[in-house]
Design a protein around this ligand. Sequence first.
Ligand code: FES
Ligand SMILES: [Fe+2]
Length: 328
Amino acid sequence: MSRLIDAPALRDHWYVVAESTDLADAPLAITLLGSRFVLWRGPAGAVVATADRCPHREAPLSDGRVHDGCLTCPYHGWTFGSAGECVRVPSTAEGVPIPPAAHLEALPTLERYGLVWLCPGTPTGEPCVIGEEDDPAFRRINAGLQVWQTDVTRMVDNFLDVTHFPFVHVGTFGTEQPMAAPAVDIEQLDADFTGYRYEVDVSDAAGRPVHRAMSTGFSMPFTVRSTIRHVTGAEAGLDHVLVLCSTPVDTGRSLFTFVVWRNDDHATAPEEAIAFDRAIGEEDRRMLERLDGELPLDARRTVSVQADRASLEWRRRLRALVSGPGAG
Ligand code: FES
Ligand SMILES: [Fe+2]
């Protein structure tokens, strides 16, 4: 059976593979779509990414060292520059040309929202735009990366779904949630996100009922954003934007991180401001790690109801994406 992560079209998108603070002086090994890559900072500080395989005898370059922005292989010391080019073969006399096949391909990377994004193919666009990043009323809080033992498709499906709230999130905010879900009308929320708007009555961290106006939407392939406007309660007027980034490491294994933007008074410590989101994420993770393999992209293989429309629309687009030009 073919695996989603082998779909060539997925290689032409951007994925969160680290936080900017994860990359300092040492190389970092990551796995994306079943392939191993190494990341390091080049001489000007920009992130360099190549396959984590030395072209000489296939040693993992991520076991090597970075000096002056160049990465040296731990096995025989071949050294690679910030364009992936092999700049030194220690065993070869000076003046002897470096074999052309010794050069590595440097893959597109960029840093945005405190995150390192990697595209293992040819980018078809940019990572999603979060307007609050440039709004001085908002601050950004990054949560750090985790490995979840679940498929990326299970995560996006879950993050687009509100009907699990009263069951999965009883330990956090689900207790005031009515069982019947709001009507889901799919709309283009902005240039990058498609989803739906709704209003909910939930519990705040202290267990008090509050009313919230929310939106939940996706940006292809695997980014989900929830916007939460606190309408009533102690935090009325507060906007809380939550972006959930899921990265396919392999089938059934994913990287997860979330980023929060808030227009609060910046008085609360960052970790305290995202503690609730972190607890909610752990509840989702416990459920999702019980689910096997990929969510079938063929919607007929699972049963859905009206409340599942956002996920169905995302699955329809993902199916079109992976079966488009270049699909194997
Ligand atoms: S395997 Fe990398 S230098 Fe030989
Ligand atoms: Fe959830």
